[in-house]
Write a new protein. Structure first.
Length: 575
């Protein structure tokens, strides 16, 4: 069974715009009702000209112009109001999806292409907005015009209209067949465009590595292949349209010819007057434009359905880590952390942590050391519930972290990672990240604690200096100190330092370490480090291996044990 999303799921967003849509549809009705009136006036005008009645023709022309003015005013109201409603629908949908993505677990983003998500939130949502606009602005008026004009044609002469009905089902079947083919081709096209977008984002974010390995030609070849796949998919859509319009157009032209033949036959039998036939022909001609619009819009709806699928399926993804139904707010904590027999695995039967237990007292600094893959980062990532423990429990101040809301939990925990991400914006905005009110005095105070005020003050714009994407116009040490200032302003009771100084030169490391020492005061701190020189002063050092804690103690105690830590230390400081 096909459970893909469809346009019906957009109805709640459309319903919210009823205050705009109701007057817009009134304008549409006024605009549409005029078409049979125009046909009637056209028939009278032709009759007046044939009979040489200039005065009568002038009256008909005047009435026609007044009617046209009213219709065009209604058309303006229809177009402007429906455009506003359509773009509001797109805005609401984009905001809803973006907000939902913020709730998804870290594991989802580790397995998803960022470029694909960006494409869905921009190009796909814009396409949906365009389709909804076409629906309001073009499809509904055209469909109403077809109904009104066709109904008037039945009133004028049902025999002629019955003739038209013979070909209309064939036109409908052909349009439906082409529409389904168009949907399939559009889905392939959207997927290929998303792949292309993802590859561009991936390569440009890692352009330094590409150039370092002289892999430019390799990446150009990969991009060329992805672009060719996109080209072929888009051509499939264009080819279907190129086939559809001549076929449907030929059938419609054939229908007009048949109507003329039958109309002439009806006149010869005395069942239809020439004036009535003139009105009828004008009505038939008035059908050409709305028929073309309906067919074209139907194709666009089918192409847009692929975007609807891609966007709305994001809302169907459930976060792996969620608040419990009875979750409470975590109060301000003192900082005691307990891991009790905690086990965790990213993949079934591949444990990363195995029955880990530890206790961190308030204000204590605990270091986690061990080889890569030992489970150090995974252990601390369980604390803010980036992942959910498989067995066991984690408590803060005696409260199981699964019993409190994620936001209230994470507001108690600050993180300074090895590679800090800065966002496009000012330095002040990056320091105050996540805070709606920008308190410049608090920002500057945090920067001083983080040894960042000095270099920030040297910029001509100071704290209002614009930070480029990912902070590329700042050095590693500067980015790290801004991240520390961010943590200072956040003021968490529990702090995680994940290799916070490992990628810095000696001078930057000294400044960052000094800032970290200030930041760590009065907080419970978990330090992940490969360089053991940075953990010698920690209150407790835990040595991890294959997901277990195999040694624990202070620096001096572990050296005396002459175990794995002592071996690591000797290798780093030999000679």
């Amino acid at each position: 069974m096909d459970n893909r999303p469809n346009y019906w799921q957009l109805l709640p967003y459309i319903h919210r715009q009823q205050a705009i849509l109701i007057p817009a549809f009134v304008c549409t009705l006024v605009f549409t009702i005029y078409w049979p009136i125009l046909a009637k006036l056209g028939g009278l005008a032709i009759s007046s000209l044939v009979q040489g009645q200039v005065t009568a023709f002038g009256k008909v022309a005047a009435i026609t112009l007044i009617g046209l003015l009213i219709q065009k005013v209604a058309q303006y109201g229809q177009d402007s109001l429906m455009a506003k409603a359509a773009f509001r629908v797109a805005h609401q949908l984009r905001t809803r999806v973006y907000g939902h993505l913020q709730t998804l677990s870290l594991s989802y983003f580790e397995q998803t292409k960022t470029g694909d998500l960006a494409y869905r939130l921009t190009e796909d949502v814009d396409r949906i907005g365009e389709v909804v606009y076409k629906l309001f602005h073009d499809f509904v008026p055209s469909a109403l015009q077809l109904v009104v004009v066709f109904g008037y044609m039945i009133y004028l002469n049902w025999q002629l209209t019955a003739t038209a009905l013979i070909l209309i089902p064939l036109l409908a079947v052909l349009s439906g067949w082409f529409g389904e083919k168009m949907l399939s081709a559009a889905r392939r096209s959207q997927d290929k465009v998303a792949d292309l977008s993802s590859q561009v984002a991936e390569v440009f974010s890692g352009i330094r590595l590409v150039q370092a390995f002289a892999a430019e030609d390799y990446e150009v070849d990969r991009f060329s292949q992805a672009s060719a796949n996109n080209r072929d998919a888009r051509y499939s859509v264009a080819w279907l349209q190129a086939v559809q319009f001549p076929v449907v157009g030929f059938l419609y032209a054939g229908m007009i010819v048949v109507l003329l033949l039958v109309g002439t036959w009806q006149i010869s039998l005395g069942n239809l007057e020439r004036e009535g036939f003139g009105t009828y022909v004008i009505n038939a001609l008035l059908l050409i434009d709305p028929v073309n619009h309906v067919i074209q819009n139907f194709n666009e709806f089918k192409q847009g359905e692929a975007s609807v699928d891609r966007v709305l399926e994001l809302l169907q993804i459930k976060p792996l880590v969620q608040d419990a139904t009875d979750a409470k707010l975590m109060p301000v904590v003192t900082g005691r952390v307990d891991y009790r027999d905690v086990s965790f695995a990213y993949e079934v039967d591949q444990p990363v942590l195995q029955q880990v237990s530890l206790t961190a007292q308030p204000g204590q600094t605990i270091a986690l050391v061990g080889l890569s893959g030992a489970g150090k980062t995974t252990l601390v990532n369980l604390l803010p519930r980036f992942y959910e423990v498989a067995t066991g429990e984690i408590l803060i101040d005696g409260v199981n972290i699964r019993h409190v809301t994620l936001q209230s939990l994470r507001r108690q925990i600050g993180i300074v990672p090895q590679e800090n991400i800065l966002f496009s914006g000012t330095i002040a905005e990056n320091i105050a990240f996540g805070q709606k009110d920008l308190d410049m005095s608090a920002v500057a105070a945090a920067a001083r604690v983080a040894n960042a005020h000095g270099f920030i003050s040297q910029f001509s714009q100071g704290y209002h200096t614009w930070v480029g994407e990912r902070g590329v116009n700042l050095s590693g040490g500067q980015r790290q100190r801004i991240a520390i200032a961010r943590a200072v302003l956040f003021d968490p009771k529990i702090l995680i330092l994940d290799e916070a100084t490992s990628a810095l030169d000696a001078e930057s490391e000294a400044l960052v370490q000094e800032a970290l020492d200030r930041l760590m005061q009065g907080r419970t701190v978990f330090v992940i480090a490969h360089r053991l020189a940075t953990v010698r002063s920690c209150d407790l050092i835990l040595v991890m291996e294959k997901g277990r804690i195999i040694e624990s103690g202070t620096h001096g105690e572990l050296l005396q044990q002459a175990g794995r830590y002592a071996s690591f230390y000797a290798k780093q400081f030999q000679g």
